[in-house]
Ligand binder design. Structure first.
Ligand code: BMA
Length: 368
């Protein structure tokens, strides 16, 4: 009797441990579960290197089949690709950075075909005012929660996102797993869902509603969910709007260098330590969901600053923001080198480092 009870107990303990070691979606597809475990395994060796909009354009070029600034510099593709859905909610054919959604679908398929990992963000407009994501207004989050005046509108927006995500299929017609990064940088005040523009409780309810809608109403089971803040200085700050362990797969933050190297290395490294602690305690996969040093003015930034700060830390992936080049307003924006850029040679050294994983490393890792 005693032995029987303890076996029972052991079984239930190991099941609950196991339960925390799986995607939050209990019906996640085989490939999605494989990605989840693949990331946990690959992070023991190093981090996947990712880049936003990598295949769509780079500095000085747009839509050249097979091209990528990372490939121009290293001869290899990134391991992870970021894409953005802003304006899909308005039925626009192109996103807020002019990337056509139909082309995006093709790029996602090509990357997945090579074993690449896909992550998607959504700078959705303000559903209350019709302004952009950067135009907060009091009551916006409350207005789209169930019972709110814009909940029905928000559901139609989620329907469009779900249709796009649902249409991402591989050559065998199976859904392509996507890391969906909802309501990013939510500790900053610049987005309508961020900082003081809503209460922690409102954001948590919005998260629960959104995940529940996509997963249970729309039946999408090829998604991992990433929760990320901007730079932060304490565990409490990161957790302020955290929707709970059963609602998040990946834990991350975004950070951009805007000041001197030494203080950036110190802050970045300290923040990575905090993230690792949080990820361990909450059994989540840690990731640097966005980073960059605009226009890369330091020719040895990759090995001298970025790698230095990452030393001794474990992350599943890091994702550099987009190589927009010269934008319509005349300003310039890029975060990975293009051929001939000052930090290109150093980026090749970074590429050779055993902790940085690109496409060719993925072929060995078999992440899916
Ligand atoms: C910002 C900039 C903008 C862009 C936005 C959404 O950080 O790159 O140019 O429109 O992200 O992708």
């Amino acid at each position: 009797m005693h032995a029987f009870l303890s076996i029972l107990l052991l079984t239930s303990v190991s099941t609950s441990l196991l339960a925390q070691n799986e995607p939050i979606d209990k019906k996640a597809t085989r490939e999605t579960v494989a990605l989840y475990h693949g990331l946990k395994t690959s992070m023991q060796k190093g981090f996947l290197f990712g880049h936003q909009d990598d295949l769509a354009y780079g500095v000085g070029w747009k839509y050249q089949p097979g091209r990528s600034d990372i490939k121009d510099v290293t001869g290899d593709y990134p391991a992870l690709y970021g894409w953005e859905l802003g304006r899909i909610e308005l039925d626009h054919p192109v996103n807020l950075d002019s990337v056509p959604f139909d082309r995006m679908k093709g790029f996602i398929r090509d990357a997945y075909d090579r074993g690449g990992v896909i992550t998607i963000s959504w700078h959705l407009n303000n559903p209350l005012t019709g302004g952009t994501a950067w135009q907060p207004a009091p009551g916006t989050v409350a207005s789209i929660l169930p019972g709110g005046e814009k909940n029905a509108l928000y559901k139609t927006w989620l329907d469009k996102v779900a249709a796009f995500l649902g249409s991402l299929k591989d050559r065998k017609d199976r859904p392509i797993p996507v890391i969906l990064r909802l309501f990013h940088e939510l500790n900053g005040n610049w987005f309508w869902w961020g900082g003081k523009n809503c209460t922690p409780d409102e954001l948590k309810r919005l998260w629960h509603f959104t995940v529940g809608y996509l997963r249970d109403e729309k039946g999408l089971h090829h998604l991992l969910y990433a929760y990320n803040t901007d730079r932060f200085t304490s565990e409490e700050a990161w957790l302020e709007k955290y929707p709970g362990d059963e609602w998040v797969d990946i834990a991350g933050f975004d950070i951009y260098q805007r000041g001197p190297n030494a203080s950036f290395i110190q802050e970045f490294s300290k923040t990575l330590g905090l993230l690792e602690k949080i990820a361990t305690e909450h059994k989540k996969i840690p990731a640097l969901t966005e980073f960059g040093y605009n226009s890369l003015p330091d020719s040895s930034w990759w090995t001298g600053v970025f790698l230095k700060a990452l030393e001794g830390h474990k992350l599943a992936y890091v994702m550099a923001w987009r190589n927009a080049g010269v934008k319509q307003d005349g300003s310039s924006e890029f975060y990975v080198p293009y051929k001939g850029q000052a930090s290109a040679a150093d980026f090749r050294e970074f590429y050779k480092n055993s902790h940085t994983l690109f496409q060719k490393d993925l072929e060995r890792e078999k992440i899916y």
